[in-house]
Design a protein around this ligand. Structure first.
Ligand SMILES: Cc1cc2nc3c(=O)[nH]c(=O)nc-3n(C[C@H](O)[C@H](O)[C@H](O)COP(=O)(O)O)c2cc1C
Length: 191
């Protein structure tokens, strides 16, 4: 996507895209099949090389595509996308083959990476699965090595988030339960 606000993020700073604990969208593709689900249980794991974790339940279609392709992307959605995020997290492509159309989820690709990304998000991390069959089976835990990262420069630039300068529509979402989220709040600094 040739959108001027989408700028590359150094992989050594990629963990900061998740450090504030946002709800994420997980996208994946295998062949012609593409899907996206919501995930609250995503986390940074290592600085260098950048790694992340995400919990993908065995009931999800997205997990199947991740296992088949060996890739996934995490993206940080915003308040403007709240209804889509909740829908992507409450219906399964197993039951709704046209889930992405129903949820009005627009996808794009960045460079030559084989994973579709969700347009309108704040940040994107393309990850290559580091196979850990025991963790995947026993804990539904997937580890990914971050191979590409980008963010919307209106809210993340020079290695830092700048939510305080952005509109409410561009605040990240933090899931509680039952369709209730918090928006990220004010920046405060420790001494
Ligand atoms: C806000 C939110 C967060 C969620 N977090 C997770 C998660 O961390 N891991 C998970 O396996 N499912 C999570 N879910 C549930 C999946 O998103 C849901 O099962 C989804 O329908 C799977 O879609 P799919 O089968 O099309 O891949 C979450 C749902 C919501 C609404």
């Amino acid at each position: 996507m040739s959108s001027p606000e989408i700028t590359a993020v150094e992989l050594s700073k990629a963990y900061r895209l998740l450090n504030h604990g946002p709800t994420v969208l997980v996208s994946a593709q295998y062949g012609q099949e593409r899907n996206v689900m919501a995930a609250a249980w995503a986390c940074a794991l290592e600085l260098t090389p950048a790694k992340v974790t995400v919990v993908l339940d065995k009931s999800t279609k997205t997990r199947q595509l991740v296992e088949q392709s060996g890739y996934f992307a995490l993206q940080v959605p915003c308040y403007a996308q709240i209804d889509m995020v909740h829908q992507l997290g409450t219906i399964s492509q197993f039951d709704h083959p046209s889930k992405l159309e129903e949820c009005k989820t627009e996808l794009f690709y960045q460079d030559d990476f084989p994973v579709p990304l969700v347009a309108g998000s704040l940040a994107w991390l393309v990850c290559k699965v580091i196979p850990e069959p025991h963790n995947q089976q026993a804990h539904d835990l997937f580890i990914g090595s971050v191979v590409g990262a980008w963010a919307d420069s209106r809210v993340f630039r020079d290695g830092h988030w700048h939510f305080q300068e952005a509109s409410k529509a561009l605040r990240s979402l933090h899931y509680i339960a039952g369709g209730t989220f918090y928006l990220i709040g004010d920046e405060v600094k420790a001494k």
